[in-house]
Design a protein around this ligand. Structure first.
Ligand code: UTP
Length: 460
């Protein structure tokens, strides 16, 4: 991009303050800012400005109804498992991990996937996920693994995998790709500068995965490999059952374009999006958009009417992903404190929110799907995210839930697990996914008389 073009783009977008900044820069700094301007999606900036000017009117949610949830019988699960396992064995299933977030709440120095979570081994979240994929590969066959990063953590994520021999995975089947970045805007709709020659940018949300898959050639890669069905999950959930064959099988069997796993919300105020039908389409509505009345409404048996929440575990058909990559997902805004560079070149750390950050959310693709599967799962078996440093959804609760899951597997195999008064196992337990990927496999491996008498690490 030439300076003339850059100025025209900035003028059209009402960003004259950046033209002023350009005028005060030396040659190298000016070139670098012009290059950055060339990389910014100013059509999206125009949408962001409209959102700021119009205020967040929210959507009309007056007529929403709970979406139907599938609760399969054991026979239906068995039949779906066969279909899912066949797809895995035929090499038609890939895995997408979104790991481009900033992990602000956890406050860990490094990509969240490098956070140690194994209750005994301190395996990192990436390692726990990779071991599950390795276990699937050993059982069924190759499973391509697409890992989304952002410029915030791309380099450390790649070096972590390289320095750790790809955690046992075949590097030819681990593909990293970077998501897009958006500028943040102040209340006047001006982009925020973090240096005299640089516009502050933040990842464009997990919904950015759709465009990123297309723009970085990952969809083409999937086509070349014959991958038709994609399991999608988030980096912070150590309990996730990656490419669960039952879920994958049901998605395929019903010719779904997008599938969603849901669990009952802990309480009306839990921050999960709920699955609803709105204007005849299935959608996920963020809890912040519901009125108190909608959140608390109860059915005849006293259960919450909008009971089922999505925890961002999905299956997509590749063709739907490609279709959605061309679509325009809505933007969601959040008011944040963003340090900025003032006209004197000083960095100011605001004490109050001063800027709007915009993100796309993956679940906004759902209403575009004609065929949708919403499948119930047991929260204790599959969802315990690491979001906060302490309290709910923290490393402590995630480790506890990982150990409780292992304890349940052991108990179902007839092993006694001693527990304290709160129901937590007295000894720490960890089961490597390559030792056993499910309770059944575990039961088949344990020798007669196996007992948990001390910390127990079953490694494969
Ligand atoms: P969260 O919304 O929990 O955000 O992301 P976060 O970045 O992990 O943590 P906070 O909110 O800053 O504390 C849920 C999942 O979506 C991914 C995250 O890496 C995580 O796996 N994500 C989020 C992205 O890949 N890109 C984004 O832009 C945002």
């Amino acid at each position: 991009m030439k300076i003339k073009e850059a100025k025209a783009v900035l003028e059209n977008s009402g960003q004259e303050q950046v033209i002023k900044a350009l005028a005060g820069l030396g040659t190298d700094a000016r070139e670098s800012l012009i290059e950055q301007i060339g990389s910014i999606d100013f059509a999206a900036v125009a949408r962001m400005k409209r959102l700021i000017e119009d205020g967040d009117r929210g959507q009309d949610l007056s007529g929403i109804e709970p979406a139907p949830v599938v609760k399969p019988t054991d026979e239906e699960r068995d039949a779906a498992r066969v279909i899912g396992e066949r797809a895995l064995a035929e090499g038609n299933v890939g895995v997408i991990l979104v790991a481009g977030g900033q992990g602000t709440r956890l406050g860990f120095d490094g990509p969240k996937g490098c956070f140690p979570i194994g209750p005994i081994t301190n395996k990192t979240l990436f390692e726990v996920h990779a071991r599950k994929i390795l276990a699937l590969e050993r059982k069924h066959g190759p499973v391509p693994f697409y890992v989304m990063t952002s410029s915030v953590n791309d380099a450390p994520t790649r070096s972590y995998f390289e320095n750790n021999k790809y955690l046992g995975l075949n590097p030819d089947r681990v593909m990293f790709f970077e998501q897009g970045m958006y500028p943040v805007l102040d209340s006047a709709g001006h982009v925020v500068m973090d240096r005299a020659d640089h516009i502050f940018m933040a990842p464009d949300g997990h919904g950015g995965v759709l465009k990123a898959l297309l723009n970085t050639g990952m969809i083409t890669d999937m086509e070349k490999r014959g991958v038709e069905t994609l399991f999608y999950f988030q980096v912070d959930n150590g309990l996730v059952e990656i490419a669960d064959p039952v879920f994958v099988g049901m998605h395929i069997d019903r010719s779904a374009q997008m599938s969603v796993k849901v669990c009952a919300k802990r309480d009306p105020d839990e921050g999960l999006g709920v699955t609803v039908v709105r204007d005849g389409r299935t959608a996920i509505v963020e809890y912040t958009e519901l009125t108190d009345e909608q959140k608390n409404e109860r059915g005849p048996a006293g259960e919450l009417k909008l009971l089922y929440g999505s925890v961002a575990i999905h299956v997509f058909s590749r063709t739907f992903l490609k279709h959605e990559a061309e679509a325009q997902l809505p933007l969601h805004r959040a008011h944040k404190k963003v340090p900025y560079c003032n006209e004197a070149g000083e960095t100011i750390k605001p004490s109050e929110p001063n800027a709007y950050k915009f993100e796309k959310f993956i679940f906004d693709a759902l209403p575009d799907a004609d065929n949708v599967l919403i499948l119930e799962f047991k929260r204790e078996d599959e969802f315990s995210p690491v979001k906060n440093a302490e309290g709910d959804d923290s490393p402590a609760t995630a480790k506890r839930d990982m150990m409780l899951k292992c304890a349940r597997w052991l108990e179902s195999a007839g092993v006694e697990v001693k527990k304290d008064a709160s129901g937590s196992p007295i000894n720490r337990i960890e089961i490597d996914p390559c030792y056993a990927i499910d309770a059944e496999e575990l039961a088949g491996k344990l020798e007669q008389g196996f007992a948990v008498s001390a910390d127990t690490n079953l490694s494969g």
